[in-house]
Design a protein around this ligand. Structure first.
Ligand SMILES: [Cu+2]
Length: 192
């Protein structure tokens, strides 16, 4: 009993951080890399179940999102023109017909995968949502960096995706063993 209690306590205390840096073939930093740490075993806690992808200056903000399976995303339109947001992606097919302001109902993303968003009116508008069943998500910043904090130690698959792979469905993964603070460098080439 005592030993069991001790192990449980110990396991709950062991947490690690993971710093990721992303570069391309020429060692230039890669911003907007979507990242998700998928635990190979152990519980998957529920993270935030809401997110937002706004439209400003006929641009989706943010360009790249990572959300946990089951997240409801709202699409507030902050422009004076109307938008018509849609996706044909198998992981989430939907449309928000021509609207201004914030649609009353958010859109729930229940399937893991990569979802590409567009606007029927403005062809240049695009955004990407990586849906993954994990609360541990990140997107690399302008320095190509992202950090996962206080993740339980253990084995994970780090799944990642970048807009340069638009049109491809593959979501590459790399195995990560988080025992202590770790660093990982990902080289993002033309193909996943
Ligand atoms: Cu639009």
């Amino acid at each position: 009993m005592l030993l069991g209690g001790f192990s449980l306590l110990n396991a709950s205390v062991m947490a690690a951080n993971l710093a990721v840096s992303a570069v391309d073939e020429r060692a230039a930093v890669v911003e907007n890399l979507a990242l998700a740490l998928l635990p190979l075993n152990g519980p998957v806690p529920a993270g935030p179940k809401t997110a937002e992808i706004g439209q400003e200056n006929k641009t989706f903000i943010p360009l790249v999102s990572v959300v946990q399976t089951g997240t409801a995303i709202s699409f507030p339109n902050r422009d004076t023109v109307r938008h018509h947001v849609y996706s044909f992606s198998p992981a989430k097919t939907f449309e928000l017909k021509l609207y201004a302001g914030t649609p009353a109902k958010p859109v729930t993303f229940n399937e893991p995968g990569l979802v590409v968003l567009g606007c029927n009116i403005h062809d240049h508008m695009v955004a990407y949502v990586m849906v993954a069943n994990t609360p541990w998500q990140a997107v690399t910043d302008a320095q190509g960096r992202a950090e996962f904090k206080d993740v339980p130690a253990g084995e994970y698959d780090l799944q990642y995706w970048h807009p340069r792979w638009a049109g491809r469905a593959e979501l590459p993964r790399v195995r990560v063993n988080l025992a202590r603070d770790g660093k990982m460098r990902l080289v993002i080439t033309d193909k996943p």
